[in-house]
Design a protein around this ligand. Structure first.
Ligand code: SME
Length: 159
């Protein structure tokens, strides 16, 4: 298992290409999803210097459940989000990754931090159901694009 994160690349795509095998080596020997989410949040956060990087889990794991704050890196965040609410609840309801270039232009955005300017939310699938979402916030506008979507969707498959 990799003991220490080692990223030397400078471009976004190259960083993901260096990061993905390191994430794989950390999570592949562990079946506990919360432990793996904790390390994935840390590795993404450290590599890219995002403002907030973390998971909300569907809890209880039923259609009536809501999103409950899980492992994250960054400042204090709201604890529970209902289906269809905010960017996280929207990605869960639509069952797809949502990229928001400007959170002020997203109706219903939940502002956990006034410094957050753009956001990406990626659903985490397990056995045909969404069990969590990966939420990443940036202090810059339009940080996230199709490259992030592609690689982050690969990352959450490893959980
Ligand atoms: N902004 C998110 C809420 C979570 S925090 O950003 C950590 C949303 O609108 O779903």
């Amino acid at each position: 298992m990799a003991e220490e994160l080692k990223i030397t690349a400078s471009s976004k795509e190259e960083k993901y290409l260096e990061l993905l095998p390191q994430i794989r080596s950390v999570v592949e020997g562990e079946t506990d999803m919360i432990a793996n989410m904790a390390n994935v949040a840390s590795m993404l956060h450290e590599t890219f210097g995002f403002w907030w990087t973390g998971f909300y889990r569907v809890s209880p794991p039923t259609p009536e459940g809501g999103l409950l704050l899980g492992p994250f890196q960054g400042s204090l965040a709201c604890t529970r989000i209902k289906k269809g609410k905010g960017v996280c609840g929207t990605a869960w309801e639509r069952e797809e990754t949502v990229i928001v270039p400007d959170v002020d232009a997203f109706p219903g955005h939940i502002a956990c931090s006034s410094l957050s300017r753009s956001e990406i939310v990626v659903p985490v699938w397990k056995d045909g159901f969404i069990v969590a979402v990966l939420d990443i916030d940036s202090k810059e506008l339009a940080t996230f694009d199709e490259t992030d979507k592609r690689y982050l969707e690969e990352v959450v498959k490893m959980l």
